[in-house]
Design a protein around this ligand. Sequence first.
Ligand code: UGA
Length: 437
Amino acid sequence: MADVTVIGTGYVGLIQGVCLADVGHDVTCVDIDEAKIEMLRAGKSPIFEPGLEELLAKTIASGRITFATPDDGWADLLGDIVFVAVGTPQADNGAADLRFVRSVTSAIAAEATHPFTLVMKSTVPPGTGHALIRRTLADAPVDIAYVSNPEFLREGKALEDWYRTDRIVIGSDTPDAAEAVSALYEAVDAPRVITDIASAETIKYASNAFLSTKISFINEIANLCDVIGADIDAVSHGIGMDTRIGPDFLRAGIGYGGSCFPKDTRALDFIATINGYEFSLLKSVIEVNNRQRLLPVIALVRALPHLHERTIAVLGLAFKPDTDDVRESPAVDIVPLLVEEGCSVKVYDPIAAEVEIPGATRCATVWEALDGVSAAVVITEWGEFATLDWERAAGMMTSPAVVFDGRNCLDPSKVEAAGLSYMAVGRPGAHRTGRSG
Ligand code: UGA
């Protein structure tokens, strides 16, 4: 079993560290955030992810995982295989901001006292690996092999995805290092894609860009369904049955959010542009997604006269269910737009309860949110909303009230039977969202 270090205990690093410890490796997780490290030592996960806290407790008890800060000294913290899993936030120009990746790489390269393999887990644009090797690792006092090993985990399903991934991608110019990294995943029964560094980096971005493209494509088709009176549920089902297309990522709605798709599509567009290539398809994917999240606001402006005098409930803040993550969630754009329109906005999310959305009133329950509102906008397809008692809701909302189902996750007949007006994205019978092109 290997001696592994994981630097960064954010989403990617923590899951990686805990899972590697679970399959038997000795893992040291390092983070500059002391409070986080203390929390982890106490067995508490700083993020909400189903099953993670249980696995954390199990691996701590096994003695195979420990937590440290860089203050303990890199020389003592570095194992034979070192994963870098620090954040790559979006810079103002859309590029990936590689400041943390660079500073960590420089620090460990300068202080290492034995050779090791550096494995890049952070999502870094194509070309980053070779630049790091050239500018930093080549001058290190010890031999450092470089491997790109992108992650494909979904938030909310990360543990399941770790053990049952479709593929493990390993890019390196050093075959022995690639082999050592592949061996870390011996317990995972998945095909390996062993390739060069730039190709591994590109596989990560191309995967997210393709999935984003599927979503923007189905959203365009849904908008078309709205205009011509077709049913997006039937259309998605019908095209998804073609095995060349596949049924996944064909759920129409108010678009993709989260910490990955929006950031990664913009970063790929930036990388293409800076290299002199005009990636027009990707630009359209991004543009469609930006427009899509405006649909609820456009629909409410049209459906409700005197919108500025009304109170609106926004149901769901998380960018998708089973996570408390609100990064780039449509809610983050929609709430300020409604506030700008002069509405009073009440927000409710079953899990993302700590997030402050300026201008909005937080509600502790869905019923508190629905009390006295003219409209409810469903942003996240939480099960609680799909099974909501709409009769009870209608009794609390002011009449005539509307429901905008931004995720096509409600049963329209139940909403309408309660006397509420139902609007969705590409569903027939639902009031048109007003898109005409
Ligand atoms: C995504 C990828 O699915 C992972 O493979 C990848 O590892 C991860 O990004 C990453 O780069 O770290 P995640 O952001 O957790 O994972 O979320 P997804 O489940 O892929 O959903 C992304 C967004 O697309 C959500 O806002 C979701 O509501 C939206 N979506 C998804 C749709 O609007 N329609 C669909 O049919 C599917």
